[in-house]
Design a protein around this ligand. Structure first.
Ligand code: PLP
Length: 355
């Protein structure tokens, strides 16, 4: 048995993987693989409709928002958001909380002026800046809700005078949000919602149509809304697996229930990191992520032997990102708390052997 703490693509529920593998052979008794049925078939249309309906239900998406399943990953959204929202004579505000936020703001610079309202770069993004003003004349304010690499997370969303654009790639559906607080939410599916290859977008319809540049069809939210996420052939399998994962989440009790589980998983793991003399946390306590838990060793020479023991005990994917070092345990929705306890056992076993 493996305990998958990988950061992305992340763990998916076992039953979802089983259903998905069956659909690859015979989709819902059609005698055809999901990979070979038409995306315009009534069978696939039902999948897409249900996926959209589940997003709306789980997040209580209010009227006036569109839900899209697009391609190109969150990285395409880094450009698509300013392409559609940032007038060439206007400016956009960004909170720089990590490499992904930085990549997003670099893309925005192709389209207009960018103001970085605050940055934690000088401290290797170990905290979320809180002391800043959002310019009221910005077209939007861009934030990254969870910083996958560093293990920081916005615990509260800013009250903003302009639409908030949020990259939720690594904590989408991990906690309750109020969609009305956002103009645009986007997330690559492959951490908490499904496989790589599909990107969820929730966009407030009335923030669109305010730039006068011409936008290529695939990168135009309005075109994608009018095409019902089917302007071109959509990634059917990725959408189907996302739908299954959302069904799984709903059956568990939805985002409120998973949020409590995620809080508990994060707490027991941080408690062990604090308690165990060999390990120490990386980030500011109040900004710690409930999705990606980063930690290092007091003695870096012990890192390799610890990783070796993890490997022997079936703990997978906890090597830290190269820009932080140490370890990163990603504890996404589908990771059971028993896996967190398995990691804690290994940490304690290792500490016993290295007194
Ligand atoms: N944003 C965040 C917060 C991420 O963690 C990642 C990937 O790890 C990305 C964006 C990039 O996503 P994609 O690979 O879907 O372009």
């Amino acid at each position: 048995m493996k305990h998958n703490f990988g950061a992305g693509p992340g763990i998916l529920p076992q039953e979802v993987l089983k259903q998905a593998s069956e659909a690859v052979i015979d989709f819902n008794g059609t005698g055809l693989s999901l990979l070979e049925i038409s995306h315009r078939s009534k069978e696939f249309e039902a999948v897409l409709n249900e996926a959209v309906a589940l997003v709306k239900e789980l997040f209580a998406v209010p009227e006036g928002y569109s839900v899209l399943f697009l391609q190109g990953g969150a990285s395409t959204q880094f450009a698509m958001a300013p392409y559609n929202l940032l007038p060439s004579t206007g400016k956009a505000a960004y909170l720089e909380t990590g490499v992904w936020a930085n990549k997003a703001l670099k893309e925005a610079k192709f389209f207009g002026e960018v103001e970085i309202v605050a940055s934690s770069k000088a401290d290797n993004f170990t905290y979320i800046p809180k002391d800043y003003t959002i310019p009221a004349d910005a077209a939007y304010f861009h934030i990254t809700s969870n910083n996958t690499i560093y293990g920081t997370q916005l615990q509260e969303f800013p009250k903003s005078p302009v639409p908030v654009v949020c990259d939720m790639s690594s904590d989408i559906f991990s906690r309750k949000i109020n969609v009305a607080d956002f103009g645009l939410i986007y997330a690559g599916a492959q951490k908490n919602m499904g496989p790589a290859g599909v990107t969820l977008v929730i966009v407030k319809d009335d923030i669109l149509g305010k730039v006068d540049r011409k936008i290529p069809a695939m990168l135009n939210y309005q075109v994608q809304i009018e095409g019902g996420s089917m302007y071109n052939t959509p990634p059917c399998l990725a959408i189907y697996v996302s739908m299954l994962t959302l069904q799984w989440l709903k059956a568990k009790g939805g985002v409120e229930v998973i949020e409590q589980e995620n809080i508990t998983k994060a707490r027991v793991l941080y408690d062990e990191i604090e308690r165990n003399p060999l390990f120490k946390p990386v980030c500011a306590t109040e900004d710690r992520s409930h999705m990606n838990v980063t930690f290092v060793m007091e003695n870096p020479e012990l890192e390799k032997p610890f990783l070796k023991l993890c490997d022997e005990r079936g703990i997978v994917g906890i090597k830290g990102h190269r820009s932080v070092g140490g370890f990163r345990a990603s504890i996404y929705n589908a990771l059971p708390i028993t896996s967190v306890y398995a990691l804690i056992d290994v940490m304690q076993e290792f500490a016993e052997g290295n007194k």
